[in-house]
Write a protein that binds this ligand. Sequence first.
Ligand code: ATP
Length: 781
Amino acid sequence: MPWPPPNDSDQDQNRPSARHSLHISRILEMTALGLTGRDRVALPGRHCSFSECAGDISKPGRKVPMQKGLLIWVNSTSIRGWRAPRASAGRLTSAMPRPPTASGWPATAMVVSMRATPRGRGAPSAAPAVTPAEPLASRAFADKTVVRRASHRQAPTRSAETDPLFGRGFRFSYDPPSSADASTRAALRKLPSIIGITLRLGYRADPAALAAVAVSQLVMGVATSATYLTAQRLLTGLFSAAPADEKIHSLLPVAAFVAGAMAIRGLCEAVAVAASGRLGPRIAQMAQLTLLEQAVRVEQVTMEDADFHNRLSTARQGADATARVTQSTVGLCGGAVSILAALWVLVALNPLLTPLLFVALAPRAWGVARTAGARHASTKRWMELARQVDLLAQLMTHHESAEEVRAHRVGGFLLAHYRRLATLSADEQARLARGEAFTRSLAGALSGLAALATYGVLLLLVIDGRTTFATAGTAAFAIRSSMMSLTGFVMQFQQLYQDGLLTIEWREVCGHARAEAVPVRARPLIPPVETISTHGLHFTYPGARTPALDGVDIDIQRGQVVALVGENGSGKSTLAKLLTGLYLPSSGSVRWNGVPTTELDRDTLWEQVSLVSQDFVQWPFTALANIVVGRSDRPAEGRRLTNAARSTGADVVVDRLDDGWSTLLAREFFGGTNLSGGQWQRLGLARAWYRGAPVLVVDEPTSALDPAAEIDVFNKITELAANGTMVILITHRLASVARADRIYVLDAGQVVERGTHAALMSTNGRYAAMYRLQAEQFLAT
Ligand SMILES: Nc1ncnc2c1ncn2[C@@H]1O[C@H](COP(=O)(O)OP(=O)(O)OP(=O)(O)O)[C@@H](O)[C@H]1O
């Protein structure tokens, strides 16, 4: 179907008006991608020229964060040479030709996947926008297009645009690894990189074992070549016309040499196996540690990104795979040494014979690379589905969901969805197996033909008299041996390539995590913390369309209790995370002692923070560990522990436990027990008290506490403030807020009221209304 000719609106760029100037700048921005105003673009429900669509998707004066996974179809091959747009415009992640289909899309259409790229600052800046009025349509459209693409590859798909359980949570990977990875060339190109990663890790983990492996492989190669060459001398001697006793006399040392060479080869093999067996686990351990070291340093906002999580899962597999890569590399080296030895022998015997070896080896090598590439592509594409299947299994077996699974009879429901998703996964495996079977049979058939051709040529060379029988026999022996080695080599290569791709992913994720790590700034925070303030603070979550915080100005002094109140979703917890440097502002600033958090060394900032978040961690450790983990960098201190437990009521909880402080608080382990919600909350508070930092942030600290405990905790919080602690308190219990030095009322990310309880009550605004509403609940009884 031909694209309609450009219409009048294309000319709008040439007639700028106040309204259109923004659109034109957008077009210019997109031109950086290789698009022109006349390129055709498909938006939900309509096709239009790019300039038209730019007019459609931009609202003058309004910046809308770009949607993750927005797909735009363009009939322009010029996009092949695209560059990433300017920093403000997010990042293009892939461009791939769309296959011609009967759906009316032209074969030249390109699919472009765009993703916001929050780089440490918590939110993407303005980018080529999706129309705010049509976000859901855009999403559905994106899903539909992806599913169409998937069906072209005959991969199993989800029938609906959004999954009934996970909504848009299920996506195919937008990276197109299948075509790129499933080729022999790709495999060979990546091999040095894979081996390089393993060698570097091996050198760091155990240089002695690495050296043992390398030397044994080298000696093995020499021994193998020597075996082949002496085989020729044996054959020549055997077929000579000399008398038998003379033959025996001359061939005995040769035979002894062959036996010695074989023994040395066997010994080297044993050394290689032992050394690589030691090396592999150490390499895997080092890879895991490297990944975890990077992961714990990554910005909070990146940790909440689903894509990063997917990649992290693959990378963890990649770290484990490094042990197998080590074994495969050793096996591969062994095979390669044999093949190289054979090659050397063939060159020495008759250089004409060398191409025969390549002919014999090529088909299998091709088959292996193709199969491994397809498997890896599938693993990447279906990573999210695998996680979701796993999650459903966990929900059915985990004790935390057990109650509701039974009481609400959710088991059957979950099982049905598990079956549905697992079937998709099984279908994908079956599809892969079919492809693999085809590739293998083709490679096998080609391999057989190649062997036939090889021996045929050898026979012809003998018949022609171009080579002796002994030389041909040795060549046949070398080729046969190297083909046998090749079987091992091929299997090792397949394993190595498959695991190696995961290893490459490991390295890339480590690099990504390093890039997204909380930066180490030169400017440390100098205690004591006197003030924390925000100035025109804006924050938008990556991928969100509306800001969570929209121009917040607050000021907190040392020794004050400041309360943040407001309706659900008004931005209180988000503000707390920005105040404590867990997120960085999208714009505006958060300042500690006047220094923006973006400039501060946040490790020194976090030194000053005790945090009890809404969903504080219930560590599956002992009661003692649950408290002292608050100051894990120091040995446990008895007096500090006693004070923290007494101040928060955790001592009463621990007294009732069978093993006191040593009681394991994890039902899933032997001897473990669990606590009630309120008991856990006391422990969470005790952890923060034990940490004893000068800035205390408590987000709904008493939601599960009984009334007496709640009053006690608020009294203790007031005492802490009196001793100089800065307290940021988030709660819906307004009775507890009344004593705060200052109250900020948030609504839709903005501070709408501020002041003391008395001042806010006298203004009779939103706070007063909420307070009276709560008070009436008591008075009504
Ligand atoms: N990790 C996140 N990713 C995307 N959006 C988020 C995230 N966390 C919160 N939001 C959104 O940000 C807004 C503010 O949320 P926040 O948790 O700060 O509200 P809150 O005032 O603490 O609410 P509550 O009283 O229910 O705890 C909400 O619209 C919420 O949906």
